[in-house]
Design a protein around this ligand. Structure first.
Ligand SMILES: Nc1ncnc2c1ncn2[C@@H]1O[C@H](COP(=O)(O)OP(=O)(O)OP(=O)(O)O)[C@@H](O)[C@H]1O
Ligand SMILES: [Mg+2]
Length: 83
């Protein structure tokens, strides 16, 4: 089965602050995934990218194999209704 969420080399800068640094993660469908980290680790930034609120500076991400940058509308659709 394809990953429900997949990121590769995901990187985001706010000015000189590197909020995410080449993040690679894979979450399978039905998996319970703990997305934990200290304050400022980049959790909210990652979720903002996955939900299309902001764009990464580098890297790629997909929801149910749907690329969030190439097919942003479809990615949002499958996020809300994976079936
Ligand atoms: N809009 C912004 N402008 C400038 N810097 C930002 C912005 N949002 C986040 N940052 C910085 O990016 C880094 C990652 O922040 P982020 O909010 O993604 O972390 P977080 O893991 O969600 O933290 P927390 O546990 O406190 O919610 C931090 O250094 C933060 O100060
Ligand atoms: Mg946060």
């Amino acid at each position: 089965m394809d990953a429900a969420i997949k990121t590769s080399d995901l990187t985001k800068f706010y000015g000189e602050v590197r909020a995410i640094d080449h993040l690679a993660l894979e979450v399978e469908g039905g998996e319970i995934f703990g997305f934990l980290g200290p304050n400022g680790a980049g959790k909210t930034t990652t979720i903002r990218i996955l939900t299309g609120v902001i764009k990464p500076d580098l890297g790629s991400a997909s929801i149910m194999s749907c690329d969030i940058l190439k097919k942003p509308l479809k990615a949002k659709q499958v996020m809300g209704d994976p079936a």
